[in-house]
Write a new protein. Structure first.
Ligand SMILES: [Mn+2]
Length: 234
């Protein structure tokens, strides 16, 4: 079975709850569509659990993309003049990331021994830009957010990671007749006209699976793409 989950945002308890519900077997695969880190209390344990399970395939989110250059600078022990020595570009990266919920991730990261920090950075660097899968004769594209500079003739491989992690999906148009696009990034609470806010949303060959675990009144969701079955933790 192929499962998809997204936007865990450090909600390790909800994540573990869902893992217990789906009981991922060794022939199963779980795609995690990015934004594992930030906002919530337990990003590092979530990443460590994922690292230890090779049938969990991580896909890059905008939060990982913001975190990476900063985490790399925080792997070594910090010197007293760390802030003074930082380039203005690095200052900017930290400013952007911390405005978007990076503080809790930084605090957790700095508590890890150096070797684990290095492993976490390497793991995030290994996140894929997208996933692609044929399930029950149907093609599925698995991405964090959307397809920037979309054109029907463009192959998934031709999109850069930046084009896949920031752009909001337009759920009012079907991108393809024969391809289902599975995405996170936009909590389904924020999709206009959604009659089931906070639950998995399907329309126009889109499946939106960010159910707002990172915010108030949200939940974490996982969908089995083979059966369409939905699982929730809140
Ligand atoms: Mn996102």
């Amino acid at each position: 079975m192929i499962y998809a989950m997204s936007d865990i945002h450090g909600q390790y308890e909800l994540f573990r709850n869902l893992m217990e519900q789906i009981l991922l077997g060794k022939d199963d695969t779980l795609y995690v569509l990015g934004d594992v880190v930030d906002r919530g209390p337990d990003s590092m344990n979530t990443l460590k659990y994922m690292m230890a399970n090779l049938n969990i395939i991580p896909i890059m989110g905008n939060h990982e993309l913001m975190a990476l250059p900063c985490l790399k600078l925080l792997v070594s022990e910090l010197s007293k003049d760390f802030l003074h020595k930082m380039s203005s570009q690095a200052h900017q990266s930290f400013a952007e990331w911390t405005l978007n919920g990076g503080i809790s991730t930084i605090q957790e990261f700095l508590k890890l021994p150096q070797e684990e920090r290095r492993q976490v950075v390497e793991y995030i660097e290994s996140f894929r830009p997208y996933g692609k899968k044929i399930i029950n004769n149907g093609e599925y594209w698995l991405i964090h957010a959307g397809l920037e500079h979309f054109s029907e003739s463009r192959q998934l491989e031709e999109y850069s990671v930046e084009e896949l992690v920031w752009k909001r999906t337009d759920f009012d148009i079907a991108y393809f007749k024969n391809i289902t696009v599975v995405s996170g990034h936009i909590p389904t609470q924020n999709i206009l006209g959604n009659s089931r806010p906070g639950y998995i949303f399907k329309k126009n060959n889109h499946i939106a699976i960010d159910c707002g675990a990172g915010g108030n009144n949200g939940r974490l969701a996982v969908i089995c793409l083979d059966t369409g079955e939905e699982y929730y933790a809140e």
